[in-house]
Design a protein around this ligand. Structure first.
Ligand code: FES
Ligand SMILES: [Fe+2]
Length: 407
């Protein structure tokens, strides 16, 4: 898992004024809420510096969030403005927690989880198709998955698995070859474009699909592209004979072994509301099919050593992902998982991902009560811990398994 990226954590429409919400990612717990004044979103550690209570159970007052335990009031920048037990005393310098930059874009709330200055942050990719509501009809949804997000990301961009895992949906077992593909890449993304052989469409797609040739091997090919962006984003673009399908998804790493997938699925055909349910059902069908295979993959986490698994040509984009990931580890951007979120062994210490203000205001260097999460130095030790089978489980009982359909 990596810090110093923008992470989409929630759909904008699912965060309403006056109702703070807990979100979990990178082994951390955060609270997000909307300010009363301009409705913009605040994201901070869900961890009161006084006794560690969850601010997400508190109330919003003006633009502040009030801790439910002893009523300390936090400003949007993470500093405490009031300690009700001692209104006449000054506020200690250490009475502050990390508050993270936020953007609302492409129907998502994005949080920058790291301390890079604005000029060094890798921008959110261009997903402006999501805003083109004239061209596309959209459905959205969430899917909680007990697997590692990198295994899920590799699965999402893997073209060779579709005939076997999704035979009959958009893979065709009679034509499993992966033909020559085009690649477009940058340090932050990789797009693979290929022409695949579709199966016969079923359901309402089958009724209306102009290509009804019974002989599957004679059906026209379908241009498909899969793209990953670091650290956890995917686009699946399928040009069916009926029109275009684009599925944007984020694989939110709650921790190393729990992932919350949130998707926006766009289509240029069957744009009536009547087809929304069917469009959503098709995405979930694919997710359940993938889950059945990915949950059985061992080791559960992506190996750090490239030679630990065998790669062939059609794994090009996955190999590139693993190389880039190693570079991020070398940069010191990896973060230890299950720092706050997990169940299992009780912790005596909560560590957080540092926010930009820690670097921006050096005078505050000694004012941070919570230490920073450990990074790559601990990766080796973590592997030892896994060998002992000593990996904490995660409490996700408050996260619904499958959720949502919206136009
Ligand atoms: S724990 Fe938050 S005010 Fe005491
Ligand atoms: Fe798949």
């Amino acid at each position: 898992m990596f810090k110093n990226f923008w992470y989409a954590v929630e759909f904008s429409e699912d965060l309403v004024v006056g109702e703070p919400k807990k979100v979990k990612l990178l082994g951390q717990q955060l609270v997000i809420y909307r300010k009363n004044s301009d409705k913009s979103v605040v994201a901070m550690s869900d961890l009161c510096v006084h006794r560690g209570a969850a601010l997400s159970s508190g109330e919003i007052k003006d633009d502040c969030i009030v801790c439910p335990y002893h009523g300390w009031e936090y400003e949007p920048d993470g500093s405490v403005r009031k300690i009700p037990a001692h209104p006449d005393k000054g506020i200690p310098r250490k009475a502050r927690i990390d508050s993270y930059p936020v953007q609302e874009k492409y129907r998502f709330i994005w949080i920058f989880m790291g301390d890079l200055p604005e000029s060094e942050r890798i921008p959110i990719p261009d997903w402006s198709d999501i805003d083109d509501t004239d061209k596309y009809r959209a459905v959205t949804g969430s899917f909680l998955w007990k697997s590692n997000y990198e295994r899920i990301l590799e699965n999402g961009v893997d073209v060779a698995h579709t005939p076997f895992v999704h035979g009959g949906v958009f893979g065709n077992k009679e034509k499993p070859e992966v033909p020559e593909f085009e690649v477009e890449e940058s340090p932050w993304h990789c797009k693979v474009s290929v022409k695949l052989n579709p199966p016969n469409s079923k359901g309402i797609w089958g009724l209306l699909n102009p290509n009804k040739t019974k002989d599957l091997t004679k059906r026209p090919q379908v241009p498909v592209s899969t793209t990953w962006w670091l650290p956890n984003m995917i686009l699946l673009d399928i040009k069916t004979p009926m029109g275009e399908l684009k599925i944007f998804d984020v694989n939110i790493p709650i921790d190393e072994e729990t992932t919350l997938v949130k998707f926006v699925a766009l289509r240029t055909f069957f744009k009536g509301k009547w087809a929304d349910r069917d469009a959503r059902r098709r995405v979930f069908k694919v997710l359940y099919e993938d889950e059945a295979v990915v949950n059985g993959v061992r080791p559960e986490l992506l190996p750090f050593d490239l030679s630990a698994e065998l790669h062939v040509k059609s794994d090009y984009n996955a190999v590139l992902y693993r190389r880039r990931r190693q570079e991020l580890i070398d940069k010191g951007w990896s973060v230890e998982g299950n720092t706050i979120v997990g169940e299992g062994p009780a912790r005596v210490e909560a560590r957080v991902i540092p926010s930009p203000i820690r670097k921006e205001v050096p005078e505050l260097a000694s004012a941070w009560n919570f230490k920073e999460v450990r990074s790559k130095e601990l990766l080796g030790k973590r592997t030892e811990r896994e060998e002992r089978g000593d990996v904490p489980r995660t409490d996700t009982t408050d996260t619904p398994r499958e959720e949502g359909v919206r136009a």
